[in-house]
Design a protein around this ligand. Structure first.
Ligand code: ZN
Ligand code: MN
Length: 491
């Protein structure tokens, strides 16, 4: 590793491509849907046939504005479409419609939560709208196929400033962006379906003996999982450091400005692809087939009004209401789960009690079913009623968990379930006392072990306790049982 006089600072910027969840494609009426048979969602426009004319999808612009505004960007009142020319088999037009010098959104930031409850601010340079390319299909060894269902799907490209300086910061930013686009409802952001792809730009700034060295910037293309992103950044940091150690003067940004690399998942390594092309290689020019987009103050204002509370603000609100960082963070992974909590609290339940139920049994069901906590299906009304019953001592914690399970499995009202299952706490003092008496009379050996105060005392007390709980089928309040046992045994 580095000698103590050396300071190595990773410098990372991230481009994120997000497929927008519109019903139709960016410039035609074809369906925007993953998984359909190849080349079934295509038309002359997205096939790039001569004479076909594109028409802009306003919903995609609106979705992009929403992201831009949530990222505190300046959303342009005037923007246009440009052709970015390059040849690739999955791009039949030989150009991609994108936004070059006038992106829809620019100069924003995203606050990335830190474990200590604070946040680190990553600047967003721009977020522009473009169309996705098709997909080359390599499932036949004899030839490569092309599926153009994806060609023309709206794609939002979000470009950060190189503000990240560790693997943790990169991952925090990527995950926050993932949560944000889902939160806003503009993308499913399903990684397996390629809805979100990462392209990190990575280099190192190394200070040694008062001099700063910068390694060439490497852009790693098309990463489609968090794991690939994490391994890529880790790998590049050590690879670049090793290359620089071997040749501090030669391996520098002055000599080799930029290169493109690909990620090989089997090797867990990045591999050289080519020297980076420059913007002028793409021969950008305004698309003559599309009119420029004007965004009125009224339109921008309406979209802004739809955004609502964002994850970090909501997390802070939960912490202010007394929840811990981890609890508040877990409840703000998606909007509907927090909405469920808010509605239960609005119905008069305690936030901590609801939180315990949601993150206990709720999250167990969510993991098992591969869904969010809200999608488990327990409603705010059910959650509030159960929480209130627990606070009133009508059901104890164990019984409450069982009621929650029934709600998730078959539904119903908490009180009816508790009654039907015999889970209601017994408040009849005479009945509880009778059970305690029975347990004492029926187990003289355990009583002896408790009263003699020997080594087996606490185990024996637990046994008596268990006997009473069993007789009550879990419905006796444990604290009251303990109190009565102590009293009767003269402790
Ligand atoms: Zn089409
Ligand atoms: Mn792009």
């Amino acid at each position: 590793m580095a000698p103590s006089s050396e300071i190595v600072t990773p410098v990372v910027g991230l481009e994120i491509h997000v497929e927008l969840a519109t019903a139709t494609k960016m410039f035609c009426r074809c369906r925007n849907r993953f998984g359909d048979p190849p080349n079934t969602n295509v038309c002359p426009v997205c096939l790039g046939l001569p004479g076909a004319l594109p028409v802009m999808n306003a919903r995609a612009v609106e979705f992009s504005m929403k992201v831009g505004l949530a990222l505190n960007c300046r959303v342009a009142s005037y923007t246009k479409w440009d052709r970015k020319g390059y040849y690739y088999p999955d791009l039949p037009k030989n150009y991609q419609i994108s936004q070059y010098d006038l992106p829809l959104s620019a100069n924003g930031h995203l606050d990335v939560p830190l474990p200590d409850g604070g946040a680190s601010r990553i600047r967003v340079l721009r977020a522009h709208l473009e169309e996705d390319a098709g997909k080359n299909v390599h499932d036949n060894p004899a030839h490569t196929g092309v599926d153009l269902n994806r060609a023309g799907v709206p794609l939002l490209e979000i470009v950060s400033e190189p503000d990240m300086h560790s693997v943790e910061e990169v991952m925090g930013y990527a995950r926050s962006m993932h949560r944000l686009v889902r939160w806003l409802g503009v993308s499913e952001a399903n990684m397996q379906m390629g809805h979100m792809r990462f392209e990190p730009n990575i280099n190192l700034h190394i200070t040694r003996d008062g001099r700063t060295y910068k390694t060439p910037i490497c852009e790693v293309k098309n990463l489609n999982s968090f794991r690939a992103l994490e391994r890529t950044v880790q790998f590049e940091i050590s690879r670049q450091y090793a290359e620089w150690r071997a040749d501090p003067e030669g391996y520098s940004i002055e000599k080799r400005e930029k290169e493109n690399r690909g990620y090989d998942d089997a090797l867990g390594q990045t591999v050289f692809q080519r020297e980076k092309e420059e913007a002028h290689d793409y021969r950008y020019f305004p698309d003559p087939d599309l009119v420029p987009v004007t965004v009125s103050d009224e339109w921008r204002g309406r979209v802004e009004g739809e955004i609502g509370e964002l994850p970090l603000a909501r997390r802070q609100r939960y912490m202010d209401a007394g929840l811990g960082f981890k609890e508040a963070d877990a409840l703000t992974q998606d909007a509907p789960t927090g909405d469920l909590l808010d509605a239960a609290v609005a119905a008069g339940a305690s936030i901590q009690r609801c939180c315990n139920l949601l993150l206990g049994r709720g999250s167990a069901f969510a993991n098992e079913r591969g869904c969010t906590i809200a999608e488990v299906g327990v409603t705010a009304g059910q959650l509030a009623e159960l929480a209130k019953m627990m606070d009133a001592g009508d059901v104890n914690a164990t019984a409450g968990a069982r009621v929650f399970d029934k709600l998730a499995e078959v539904g119903g009202t908490p009180r009816e379930i508790a009654e039907a299952e015999g889970l209601l706490a017994v408040k009849d003092a005479g009945q509880i006392e009778a059970w305690v008496r029975e347990a004492i009379d029926g187990n003289p050996q355990a009583v002896e072990q408790v009263t003699s105060g020997g080594k087996k005392r606490s185990k024996a007390m637990g046994f008596l306790m268990g006997q009473v709980m069993q007789k009550s089928r879990g419905a006796a309040p444990p604290a009251e049982v303990q109190r009565l046992l102590n009293e009767k045994l003269g402790l």
